[in-house]
Design a binder for this molecule. Structure first.
Ligand code: ADP
Length: 499
């Protein structure tokens, strides 16, 4: 009897394989980082072959850590960094370029041209997304136009493109070329209502339909095939983009339920049920998940590009801390930021502003400012950016959360989570299983194969582990936020997308 479900979580900075038992508890894991390739300002790439190697290594060592064999797995779920785009040779399976990562801004001129030519409203209407460098579509355009011979080879259907889920299915699975509907909803090429590639979007971005994967549900016992591990064929029963998986892992199954994940960036996802909610305030409309042939569940999302990666920047580029965790110790040596605000708009600003011309900005410096103030301002920037997204939800009238369910790497930082409760004025809660992304992929795979009975069974497994109550006065909270908004204004319009 297979008593466990496995989940591959292929993230922006690292890959994890985790094994869960029937209680939804972790029994073992392995994690491995991969190289961030930064060829020039604004460009971020990954090596697709390295990503596959890390996945294989994590599965093998994760099983060993759990003390089980592949035959003990009822199914595997895959969840992945979204929008990151890979192109490969259909015949040999070899990648034809590095993966272009979601934070990469090299497509800003393509996006500026779409806006200039008046296509923004149509793109929003059809795909639920504002035109932005973030999404996969323009990354495909860039690859076709900049890699030697690629457009000609595309015309002969010799190449395949896809987001990381497609790449993993093609290489780790049995070679099918498909993508789940949550990943497809991040390409700017899919009709959000029809859940199919849209001819007008394909034409706007000059992407031939033949090179794209087939769109499937997010969970299914047979859509994704099998993964061969040490001679055993294990069914791959779920594929979801990471934020969608975290929504499932937090059991936000009802309309109105929301979670916020703090990793490289921040992603607040609100389940909107069968309805596509069109935000007037900079949130995306996206697919939440689709289990088998059940009706699709939609979501509203506030995507923030730089949060945990601003902490990495303090560590790697400035060297003011040795580890991400040290940001808490350094920030705790001061009571406030001394008036310093840091807007980490390294790849422009995503939700709710969508300004590709913004760049990182530190304001309010005086001779008194120290690295401790900067560390605290970095943690505060994570919290103020979350407040921006919550304010957008309130302005849209979709939700005014009474508390915020959080997860992800940054939520290990107590100082930051306390600041988050302070900046929002509502309690912040974290579940016992903080790896909700991997857990959600496992949940979806387990539901598809009957390992778990239904969503109520999964809901009952959500247990609170930590809780932060707001401490600031309303005046302090609102004055701090007003200053944050002034700092954001100053980051805008710095980069030129002309020429
Ligand atoms: P991803 O899936 O996007 O790779 P994770 O959920 O693994 O992200 O979180 C990694 C991010 O969290 C990194 O950007 C790292 O800087 C940040 N991080 C990890 N631990 C801490 C901490 N204690 N305090 C602040 N940031 C942290």
């Amino acid at each position: 009897m297979a008593e466990f479900v496995g989940a591959i979580d292929q993230g922006t900075t690292s890959t994890r394989f985790m094994v869960f038992n029937h209680d939804g508890l972790e029994v073992g894991r392995h994690q491995a980082e991969h190289r961030q390739i930064l060829p020039r300002a604004g460009w971020v790439e990954h090596d697709p072959a390295e990503i596959v190697r890390r996945c294989r290594e994590c599965v093998e060592q994760g099983l060993a850590a759990a003390g089980i064999e592949a035959t003990d797995l009822a199914a595997i779920g895959i969840t992945n960094q979204r929008e990151t785009t890979v192109v490969w040779d259909r015949g040999t399976g070899e990648p034809l370029h590095h993966a272009i990562v979601w934070q990469d801004t090299r497509t800003d001129r393509i996006i500026a041209a779409l806006e200039r030519d008046g296509h923004a409203d149509l793109i929003r209407e059809r795909t639920g997304l504002p035109p932005a460098t973030y999404f996969a579509g323009a990354k495909i355009t860039w690859l076709l136009d900049n890699v030697d011979g690629l457009r000609e080879r595309a015309a002969r259907a010799e190449i395949a493109v896809g987001t990381v889920d497609s790449w993993l299915l093609a290489t780790l699975g049995d070679g099918r070329h498909c993508t789940d509907v949550t990943n497809a909803s991040r390409t700017m090429l899919m009709d959000l209502r029809e859940l199919a590639w849209d001819d007008e979007m394909l034409a706007l971005l000059s992407v031939p339909r033949e090179i794209l994967p087939e769109i499937t549900p997010s969970a299914s016992p047979d859509a994704f095939g099998v993964m061969r591990i040490n001679g055993t064929e294990v069914p791959v029963a779920a594929v979801l983009g990471d934020q969608h998986a975290a929504t499932v892992g937090q059991t936000c199954f009802a309309a109105g339920e929301a979670k916020n994940t703090y990793g490289t960036g921040n992603f607040l996802v609100l389940n909107t049920g069968s309805e596509i909610v069109r935000s007037e305030h900079g949130l995306l409309s996206t697919v939440g998940y689709r289990f088998g042939e059940q009706p699709v569940v939609y979501a509203a999302e506030g995507s923030v590009a730089v949060t945990g990666s601003a902490v990495q920047w303090l560590r790697d580029q400035l060297g003011v801390i040795d580890s991400a965790a040290q940001s808490a110790d350094l920030a705790a040596t001061v009571d406030d930021t001394g008036g310093v605000y840091f807007v980490p708009a390294f790849s422009g600003l995503f939700a709710p502003y969508w300004r590709s011309d913004a760049r990182g900005t530190i304001v309010g410096l005086t001779r008194y400012s120290t690295k401790a103030h900067l560390a605290r301002a970095t943690l505060e920037s994570i919290c103020w950016q979350t407040r921006d997204v919550v304010e957008a939800m309130i302005a849209d009238g979709t939700a005014a959360p009474a508390e915020l369910r959080v997860d992800g790497g940054v939520t290990a930082n107590d100082v930051c989570m306390q600041l988050q409760a302070d900046a929002l004025g509502i309690p912040v809660t974290r579940p016992a299983v903080a790896e909700t992304t991997a857990l959600g992929a496992a949940y979806a795979a387990g539901l598809a194969t009957g390992f778990w009975r239904d969503q109520d069974e999964l809901r009952a497994k959500w247990v609170e582990d930590a809780r932060w109550e707001p401490r600031w006065s309303r005046d302090r909270r609102d004055a701090g936020y007003a200053d944050w908004r002034r700092a954001v204004e100053r980051s805008m319009g710095w980069a030129s997308t002309e020429g």
